[in-house]
Design a protein around this ligand. Structure first.
Ligand code: G
Ligand code: G
Ligand code: MN
Ligand code: NA
Length: 251
């Protein structure tokens, strides 16, 4: 089971851990508005493994619902201790939202941890939103009616981005880092990012830019009115204890 530590031995599988990457307001102060929870597998010999490597395996093995709930519980428990204006964003796999009891599980985790629904954001990719049926749409609708926000992750990398913006009731768009990377290196970057921000504003969606690595990118995004910023310029994903230290250091 996730998170269960084994004693150090040659067969030590390591353990799972939820890291947090700060999300900052897109203004001159850049204060923390929250964090994204990012799963890591701390392996005794292979080091930190990215979920890109093991999430697909957990999905294959039918373990993703359990794993996802474990991440959500840990993220909510942590965020419940943060200042009341900070939110936590948690990635959700397509199969999780297709699960009949997903909304009940989310609500019970919030009740257990005491995190108000308004401080939880669930991140779904276009692939996840594209594939859901009416039942799953109903699930998302019920979660939203309780005040939980839905973000469209990796925006722009999927199949039919624009129709999704209208078809699904989402609260936020996360601009994929492949577009942010173009800012400052390719003239088209500014055009694409500005277009996404303009569209989001028109549709009344909040925006987060991912993969902000340079001051130039940050300055452009702040001037263009992007609501929140995330990236190595501010901080890397880190263990909760480090995140808490950095949070108190910048207070
Ligand atoms: O943190 P990193 O860049 O290594 O994440 C790689 C990918 O894994 C990203 O697409 C991210 O959204 C996804 N990911 C990270 N944590 C989780 C998680 O808890 N659940 C799911 N489903 N995906 C995650
Ligand atoms: O797909 P998703 O957006 O959830 O993935 C988040 C991933 O992006 C995390 O694994 C995190 O490590 C990575 N990430 C976060 N900030 C940056 C950044 O500034 N540059 C790059 N290259 N990756 C980043
Ligand atoms: Mn994400
Ligand atoms: Na992303």
């Amino acid at each position: 089971l996730p998170g269960r530590e084994k004693s150090a031995s040659s067969g030590d599988p390591g353990h799972l851990e939820v890291f947090f990457q700060g999300v900052h307001r897109g203004d001159a102060h850049g204060r923390l508005s929250g964090a994204e929870a990012l799963l890591r597998w701390r392996h005794p010999t292979h080091g930190l493994l990215s979920p890109d490597k093991f999430i697909p395996i957990a999905e294959e093995a039918g373990m993703i619902d359990q794993l996802g709930q474990w991440v959500l519980r840990n993220a909510a428990k942590a965020a419940a201790t943060w200042p009341a204006d900070m939110s936590v964003a948690v990635n959700v796999s397509p199969s999780q939202i297709r699960h009949r009891d997903f909304d009940r599980h989310v609500l019970s985790i919030l009740a257990q941890t005491g995190l108000p629904p308004s401080r939880l954001e669930l991140e779904l990719t276009e692939a996840a939103l594209f594939n859901i049926d009416e039942t799953a749409q109903g699930t998302l609708g019920r979660l939203r009616s309780r005040g939980i926000r839905i973000a469209l992750d990796d925006f722009g990398t999927g199949f039919s981005s624009l129709s999704h913006l209208i078809q699904f009731n989402i609260d936020r768009i996360k601009i994929d880092r492949s577009f942010v990377r173009l800012l400052g290196t390719q003239a088209e970057g500014a055009a694409i990012v500005s277009a996404i921000l303009g569209l989001s504003r028109t549709l009344g969606k909040a925006t987060t830019a991912e993969g902000v690595e340079t001051e130039g990118q940050r300055d452009f995004l702040v001037a263009a009115g992007c609501n929140d910023l995330q990236g190595f310029l501010f901080s890397r994903p880190m263990p909760l204890s480090d995140f808490l230290s950095s949070m108190h250091a910048t207070e």
